[in-house]
Design a protein around this ligand. Structure first.
Ligand code: COI
Length: 361
């Protein structure tokens, strides 16, 4: 695999300092984008080439570009944080780079070398570092690397041309309520992914498949939908774009990776971080009936969702066809709060990073 160099074409019209500061004061999630983006092409027989750091702007695509028809697309999400000394780090970008390769294999796309993924993210953050929010708040710079099939034609086959792009967006809380508990609708009929499908790949199709159930959840007054496995409609898998954790008195448990759920980087970090804080942590299977019964018998103390965008967000009300219940009285639980703080402290450089998770630019 060749590693292309990335040439700079600076933006001629970046936002003024005052305009950028106004955005950073209230970034929301995914609403504003920085001044530049990285693009790298792949062509069969030539490999990766034409790496560029260019002004952020529209991509021009022929209407017959294959991604528009057959959804051959993958993406990642990772964040850059400002440390107390003003320097900037990203969190576990190699893990995202490796997952990007695994998603590429599943979608019959070329694998981007890990070092090219890292260089593309680093170059964009370095160029647009004024967009990384100040240390001290909960905001960060969310990076969205993605790859699309760019061959023109309507034949159904792996494309012979691809475009890799990294864009960046200042991010506050994913949920408008911040760390307020979110409400969950457990979808007992609609499924997100099936065994042998592509549930463990980070591809837009999985998110498209989640939208109708998400809309149904919203119609029932819930913030998010939780999916059960596609075979028995019984085992809890994940939310539309986040993993789940169950906090028992003596351990924390997250649904095991069965192939139909995403191996979240935050999920993986918490398996380790929980142990650092003295909690046993494990992967296991939790049925929807057990979720409810253990909440009602008091052994299941807290439930939270986790992901790069959502960080750690407590679950409050849970609704399903047969009724509803509350986790930890509808308040963020103590273990959820402790893990959230410990993770954010490492990410933002307030606590020592003993696992070597932060990547300096
Ligand atoms: C992330 O947490 O990075 C996600 O991918 C979730 C979502 C915003 C798609």
């Amino acid at each position: 695999m060749t590693t292309p160099t990335i040439e700079l074409k600076p933006s001629s019209s970046p936002l003024s300092d005052a305009e950028r500061e106004a955005v950073l004061a209230n970034p929301g999630f995914g609403r504003h984008f920085t001044d530049h983006m990285v693009t790298i092409k792949w062509t069969e027989g030539r490999g990766w080439h034409d790496g560029q750091l260019v002004p952020y702007g529209p991509l021009s695509l022929d209407p017959a570009t294959t991604v528009l028809h057959y959804a051959q697309e993958i993406f990642e999400g990772l964040k850059a944080y400002r440390r107390p000394d003003g320097s900037v780090v990203t969190f576990r970008p190699e893990a995202n780079a490796r997952r990007f390769q695994s998603s590429a294999r599943r979608l019959a796309m070329p694998e981007l070398p890990v070092e090219t993924f890292l260089e593309a993210c680093d170059r964009l953050v370095q160029q647009d570092k004024d967009w990384v929010p100040a240390h001290g708040g909960e905001s960060s710079l969310y990076l969205r690397p993605f790859m699309i099939a760019t061959e023109v034609g309507l034949g159904v086959k792996p494309a012979n041309e691809y475009l890799f792009v990294v864009i960046a967006s200042p991010a506050g809380a994913y949920f408008p309520g911040g760390v307020k508990p979110v409400s969950i609708w457990v979808s007992e009929d609609r499924v997100r992914a099936v065994p042998g499908g592509m549930g463990d790949a980070k591809t837009g199709g999985n998110y498209a498949a989640s939208l109708l159930a998400q809309a149904e959840a919203a119609a029932k007054g819930c913030d998010q939908v939780a999916y059960l496995d596609a075979v028995e409609h019984k085992w809890v898998e994940e939310l539309g774009g986040m993993n789940l954790y169950f906090v028992y008195e003596d351990r924390i448990v997250t649904p095991e990776l069965t192939g139909s759920l995403l191996a979240g980087v935050t999920r993986d970090s918490l398996l380790t971080l929980a142990k650092d804080l003295g909690y046993a942590s494990e992967e296991g299977r939790i049925s929807i009936d057990q979720w409810r019964a253990d909440t009602e018998n008091g052994t299941l103390k807290e439930v939270f969702a986790c992901g790069t965008a959502a960080v750690i967000t407590p679950v409050g009300t849970v609704k399903c066809a047969s009724g509803e219940w509350q986790q930890s009285g509808g308040e963020p639980g103590e273990v959820t709060r402790k893990l959230r703080q410990a993770l954010l402290d490492i990410q933002t450089g307030k606590a020592e990073d003993v696992h070597g998770w932060t990547h300096e630019l």
